[in-house]
Write a protein that binds this ligand. Structure first.
Ligand code: ADP
Length: 486
């Protein structure tokens, strides 16, 4: 089977969040399984600086609005391609700065969508399935039907994965001409969205199969609360909508081998985690409560994008209460300016009790995953979430809101049976988080229970093999439905 993954980010090349982990891991898993899987992403500045792209000499020309751009196809590794166009991608960031998105994102990702299909033609490689991811590649399923490429791609099915419905790629109606889709598409049945242009809708109406990254989220997005205005469109396609829970790269996220952590450990012997814990307490400059030792001081961590989605507001509102429980809080993240400011202010006002690093820091993330006791994900919504799975693998117990993939991957601790892998709460309120944390710290304070819970969480199977197999099945179904839809 020939599968093309089209994405705006993928590890190891470019990453701002979980999308990159998913696309990169799926691609590697297909290569490992001998599937002809290929990956295409934009050749950002960061990719050029950190990798050694090899010029294929292919220069597909792409029309964006009334201008023609010359793309250049670079080989990043076996089967992985970067599509270059310096005017669009030679910038410090992928999508924008903390002050806001790049103003020409509609043009940038119209270019990329069309360049992906043009690059396939230049390579003479006709995929059986193009797997598109999020709004940045959502135009592709419709473009294949309309852009003069219908013949080349007649047999090519499309799968569109929603990683986060909160980001739809909404632009002014005036940008329609950039997409290459004619005015016939600008209506509510097409890609119009309340007078604006919505890239994600192109994926939702054009793809043969739609997937999202957990089974709970697949149900949630059909409701007005989580549907962000697209629940109606999605409800029309319920028969083609599937949930596939993400995995994590268990070879990379492995506390028994991780070179970035203070000491390695495994479920059968977690003693190394204590050294990681102590090192993190030192690194964060945490003071210990009187008469307490660092082992008795629960360290609560949050690593993630600082966006409204992630529940920083209820966390910061609950923070004094959490500290009153004896906890220390470490936050690593990057994102919206107003949240960054609040997090920075919180850490500065609570020296010795809280620490924050604003920025993206892979090595620090490893030290936090291994060195903390609890991992906080009080998300407003969470399509899947990877942080909780990585945390569990490192024996760091998630405390999370029961939403989306968090509900699917964390089993709430049952004190009677001693079963479970974390702690869940329902209401999006600081008091609910605090109450849940109290429950969690009670278990932490009982060494017998705690020592049983940590390896239990570490032993969960979050490997990609299971998810990759589910996608391959869906590619087959997409192929069948594509045949019928022709
Ligand atoms: P999302 O995709 O919504 O950003 P996920 O939980 O699915 O959230 O994935 C986040 C991924 O990005 C995790 O691998 C997490 O460790 C990583 N990450 C997020 N922010 C940072 C940061 N500031 N520094 C290092 N890693 C980060």
């Amino acid at each position: 089977m020939k599968v093309l993954i089209a994405a705006s980010e993928a590890v190891p090349y470019a990453k701002t969040g979980g999308l990159a982990d998913v696309t990169g891991a799926l691609f590697s898993e297909y290569r490992r399984q001998g599937i002809d899987g290929r990956l295409m992403l934009p050749l950002y500045r960061t990719v050029r600086e950190h990798f050694v792209p090899v010029d294929t000499g292919l220069t597909p020309e792409v029309k964006v609005g009334d201008r023609r751009y010359k793309g250049r196809v670079w080989l990043l590794g076996e089967g992985a391609y970067g599509i270059g166009c310096d005017e669009f991608f030679d910038r410090p960031e992928l999508y924008g700065t903390p002050q806001g998105d790049y103003p020409d994102n509609a043009a940038r990702f119209s270019f990329f969508g069309r360049a992906v299909t043009a690059a396939c033609e230049s390579l003479g490689w006709r995929p059986d399935v193009i797997h598109c991811n999020d709004w940045q590649t959502a135009l592709i399923p419709l473009l294949l039907k309309t852009s003069g490429q219908e013949v080349f791609f007649r047999e090519t099915a499309t799968v569109f994965t929603i990683h986060n419905l909160g980001y739809q790629g909404i632009f002014g109606a005036g940008e329609l001409a950039l997409t290459g889709l004619g005015p016939d598409w600008f209506n509510p049945e097409g890609i119009e969205f309340y007078g604006k242009l919505n890239f994600m809708k192109a994926g939702l109406i054009g793809a043969d199969i739609i997937t999202t990254v957990s089974t709970t989220y697949a149900r949630e997005i059909l409701t007005p609360e989580h549907g962000y205005g697209l629940d109606g469109v999605l409800r029309k396609r319920t028969a083609d909508l599937f949930g596939v829970v993400n995995g994590i790269d268990t070879a990379y996220w492995d506390p028994s081998k991780d070179p970035l952590i203070q000491a390695t450990y495994r479920p059968s012997d977690i003693s190394g985690k204590a050294a990681c814990n102590e090192a993190l307490v030192r690194e964060c400059g945490f003071s210990l409560s009187e008469g307490s030792a660092w082992e008795k001081t629960p360290v609560l961590a949050l690593v993630g994008r600082l966006s409204d989605q992630k529940g920083l507001d209820i966390l910061l509102d609950a923070a004094d209460g959490l500290i009153a429980l004896g906890a220390r809080i470490v936050i690593l993240g990057k994102g919206d300016e107003h949240i960054q400011e609040r997090v920075r202010g919180f850490a500065e006002g609570h020296r010795g009790l809280a620490a924050a690093t604003i920025g993206y820091d892979e090595a620090l993330a490893h030290r936090i995953y291994s060195g903390s006791d609890f991992f906080l994900m009080p998300s407003r919504y969470e399509p899947c979430g990877l942080g909780q799975m990585i945390a569990m693998r490192y024996g760091t117990i998630p405390v999370a809101r029961r939403t989306g993939g968090l509900a699917d991957t964390i089993v709430d601790y049952d004190p009677l049976k001693g079963a479970g892998t974390g702690f869940l709460f329902d209401e999006y309120r600081p008091a609910a988080l605090l109450e849940c944390m109290q429950r969690a710290i009670r278990v932490y304070a009982e060494p017998g229970r705690w020592k049983a819970l940590v390896p239990q969480a570490m032993q969960q199977d979050f490997s990609w093999a299971r998810s990759a197999a589910a996608y391959v099945d869906l590619y087959r179904i997409a192929g069948e439905r594509h045949g019928v839809r022709q």
